[in-house]
Design a protein around this ligand. Structure first.
Ligand SMILES: NC(=O)c1ccc[n+]([C@@H]2O[C@H](COP(=O)([O-])OP(=O)(O)OC[C@H]3O[C@@H](n4cnc5c(N)ncnc54)[C@H](O)[C@@H]3O)[C@@H](O)[C@H]2O)c1
Length: 325
């Protein structure tokens, strides 16, 4: 199968690519503008095209020339605070870019479309959240993801593709292969920050907000290992091919950890850590973690790396490797 992965030079895209290559004999094409992606994350067994999803002519050309049948669309901007300040950038990249990609599927061979959405579309939810919950995006970034979903749903029938909308919870960790992991620091991801601090002599961690209405005042999130998430993409694609039915899935483990709990786990590994409590970040919600009943049932999926300690260790191991690259 000919598969186009937008954002394939990024953190999650490189893990999805690695597993697709391991699992199947696919021809994989990566489109990435390298804004936050890196060349060293691009799998050598793929064909890399440097380019932007904002260019619809380029998208049409690629889809036609390489007879693309599946699109896995990960390219996006994803800094929640930045999105509040620069809505135009996020509109153009995440909404208009996704629309371009959908429109470029017209009169093509594209049959399957997988989209990386986000748990943030649910807003703040007490207790686990299922796919049936109504979307209540509370930040501009999550609004762009919600709009992306709506566009895909709206045009899928007309353009005759089946879709899998995957609502990622908080993605962390790195592949066992040691070849890929998260590089970009600007997204403000907790586990990435912890991994960076792990290597420092005088580690310091900033916690944004300790006055949320949660058990200890810090934000609650559901952390999923990136290799488990990549596996969900492979299984979703198989589902689309076999069942010819579209799909919306929450991608988490179903366990909410507060930032404080994660910090306390890290404190056991790095005793001299200094923790600073800062203002809330614009756009962040207090609590969101996944109900995973549908995920497990539909894909017959079982996580392999669902241990927060293992996730932290794997992120730290990658960070160490990254320093030597
Ligand atoms: N990391 C998470 O915890 C998380 C959670 C929910 C959803 N997501 C979604 O997952 C996807 C991948 O995120 P990631 O964590 O791998 O981040 P990332 O920054 O590593 O990956 C994004 C990739 O897209 C590329 N890109 C951005 N704009 C582009 C454009 N206009 N044209 C071409 N390429 C472009 C970047 O260069 C980068 O390689 C994003 O859509 C993000 O919204 C991530």
């Amino acid at each position: 199968m000919n598969i186009l992965i937008t954002g394939g030079a990024g953190y999650i895209g490189s893990h999805v690519t690695e597993q697709l290559i391991k699992n199947n004999k696919n021809n994989i094409f990566i489109l990435d503008n390298l804004s936050t992606g890196r060349k060293i994350l691009i799998n050598k067994k793929t064909r890399f095209i440097i380019g932007d999803i904002k260019k619809i002519k380029l998208l049409r050309k690629i889809i036609k020339k390489y007879k693309i049948e599946t699109i896995i669309h990960l390219a996006a901007s994803l800094n929640i605070s930045e999105a509040e300040k620069n809505k135009k950038k996020y509109f153009n990249n995440n909404i208009a870019g996704t629309k371009n990609l959908i429109f470029a599927c017209e009169k093509s061979n594209v049959k399957y479309f997988i989209f990386s959405s986000s748990c943030s579309i649910y807003g703040n939810v007490k207790g686990s959240v299922s796919e049936r919950n109504k979307a209540k995006p509370q930040s501009y970034y999550s609004f762009t993801k919600y709009k992306g979903e709506e566009l895909i749903k709206k045009y899928s029938e007309k353009l005759k593709f089946k879709y899998a909308i995957l609502r990622y919870f908080n993605v962390a960790g790195a592949s066992k292969s040691g070849k890929i992991g998260e590089i970009e620091k600007s997204h403000g991801h907790l586990i990435k920050n912890i991994a960076i601090q792990y290597l420092r002599k005088k580690p310091k961690l900033e916690v944004y907000g300790n006055n949320y209405s949660t058990k200890d005042g810090t934000c609650i999130r559901d952390y999923i290992h990136v290799s488990d998430l990549a596996d969900i993409h492979i299984k979703s694609l198989k589902y689309l091919i076999k069942k010819r039915k579209s799909l919306i899935l929450n991608c988490g483990y179903g366990r909410g950890y507060s930032v404080q709990e994660i910090v306390d786990i890290f404190k056991k590994i790095k005793k001299n850590i200094i923790v600073q409590y800062k203002q809330r970040r614009p756009g962040d919600v207090g609590e969101v973690y996944s109900n995973v009943i549908k995920l497990k049932k539909t894909l017959n999926w079982k996580p392999k790396y669902n241990s927060i300690k293992l996730i932290i260790k794997s992120a730290a191991k990658w960070e160490k490797k990254l320093k030597s690259l």
